[in-house]
Design a protein around this ligand. Structure first.
Ligand SMILES: CCCCCCCCCCCCC/C=C/C(=O)SCCNC(=O)CCNC(=O)[C@H](O)C(C)(C)COP(=O)(O)OP(=O)(O)OC[C@H]1O[C@@H](n2cnc3c(N)ncnc32)[C@H](O)[C@@H]1OP(=O)(O)O
Length: 359
């Protein structure tokens, strides 16, 4: 057997040198670093067939004495640690590159790419360390199960409302506007009473959002549903009820399934987009429809004196509830502004996070 030199490919990182020796089925390997020189000896199948192959390599800068190597069926991979971290201009001490040596383009990185790789590795490590320090919530499964069920019930309720109203609209046309309340109110009452949970959830830190936006939303809807429509029969057959219920249910048939998927750590892009975009036209339309209902109810409350506050005789007989409604009209638009700004922020946060992930 004659002794030959194998083909050797190299690449570097800030802390290591990688060598790939083209020798298949290598045996009797003897690889060591002595006085900053790597000495390789081994038998195997190389460029010149089955033979004994060897080479030695003087490194440009000091390396550590320990060498790790792993031989596969096709090659021998060697890793040598640099004594000091840094980027080398070349591998060998001699200026002329040894003939058997070439860059390993499969692992090759230039200095800035290697820095980036290093930074990514550090970030990953920091993330793992950070996450391992946060104590795992033992009730996470229970919380997610409860939220999933809540969202499922709301989704079913609002889907029933939406489908029922759509079918009636197709069959009865405009006539369906006048008895929306009588056909839908019971399910809407159920869903909206249940929706109080949405104020409780952030207060108990079961979901990552503030208490004020859901409070405005639940209070605003329930005030309209239970007081303006519920307490005044004359309001119940007005066409505006159709538009209010239809707008509410349109947003909810996308919002609740979005939350359901979030509970099982799943995301559908289209659904996310709909959840964070549909409110842009629907929220102002909903508040306008609600404002119309409030304005229509003012003369009715004046006339029927329902919910009017009795006053001491010196101040008059009673204070009509319509004054509260006029005040409420102004508060409504403040509520719209707060929630619109909140939803805009949530939308920006969501889509910014997605863009970051995509990069
Ligand atoms: C003090 C009282 C003052 C009263 C004043 C009254 C004035 C009233 C005026 C306003 C009247 C409004 C009446 C309503 C009209 C209409 O609805 S019109 C129809 C159109 N409507 C809409 O588009 C609004 C729909 N509603 C919402 O979007 C919400 O209810 C919201 C409260 C406005 C905002 O939701 P929020 O939860 O804060 O944001 P999200 O981004 O959706 O969620 C944040 C994170 O929390 C998680 N999460 C939230 N809820 C759940 C849940 N049920 N289940 C599981 N997870 C949930 C969500 O996944 C997010 O988590 P991350 O993804 O990890 O961020």
């Amino acid at each position: 057997m004659q002794t030959l030199t194998p083909h050797v490919y190299w690449a570097q990182r800030h802390g290591e040198i990688y060598l790939r020796v083209e020798l298949s089925d290598a045996q009797n390997l003897n690889i060591r670093v002595q006085e900053n020189t790597l000495c390789f000896k081994g038998q195997g199948h190389g460029a010149k067939g089955e033979n004994e192959y060897e080479f030695s390599l003087d490194f440009l800068k000091p390396v550590k004495a320990e060498v790790t190597h792993r031989s596969t069926q096709r090659q021998v991979n060697i890793t040598v640690k640099k004594r000091e971290r840094g980027w080398w201009d070349r591998l060998a001490a001699q200026e002329r590159k040894p003939l058997f040596l070439a860059p390993d383009f499969d692992r090759w990185l230039d200095e800035s790419d290697a820095e980036m790789e290093l930074r990514e590795k550090e970030e990953k490590l920091n993330k793992i360390l950070f996450e391992s320090r946060i104590p795992k919530d033992p009730y996470l499964g229970l919380k997610k199960g409860y939220l999933f069920m809540y969202n499922l019930v709301q989704f079913l309720g609002f889907s029933w409302i939406f489908v029922n109203m759509t079918v009636r609209l197709f069959i009865l046309g405009q006539d369906s506007f006048y008895d929306t309340f009588h056909t839908i109110a019971d399910v809407m009452y159920f869903c909206q009473i249940l929706a109080v949970i949405e104020v409780v959830n952030p207060a108990l830190r079961l979901v990552r959002t503030g208490v004020l936006p859901p409070l405005i939303q639940v209070f605003g809807r329930n005030f309209l549903l239970f007081i303006i429509l519920g307490a005044q029969e004359d309001m119940q057959n007005k066409p505006v009820v159709f538009f209010i219920f239809y707008l509410w249910s349109t947003i909810e048939i996308f919002r609740y399934p979005f939350y359901m998927l979030a509970c099982i750590d799943t995301e559908w892009k289209l659904l996310t987009w709909l959840r964070y975009s549909l409110w842009i036209p629907l929220y102002p339309l909903g508040v306008i429809a609600e404002a119309v209902a409030v304005i229509q109810s003012i003369p009715i409350f004046d006339e029927t004196k329902v919910l009017s506050l009795p006053l001491p005789r010196a101040l008059g007989t009673s204070l009509s509830f319509s004054y509260i409604l006029q005040l409420y009209l102004a508060v409504m638009f403040l509520g719209l502004f707060i929630n619109f700004r909140h939803l805009y922020k949530m939308r920006k946060r969501r889509f910014r996070a997605k863009k970051k992930k995509a990069n």
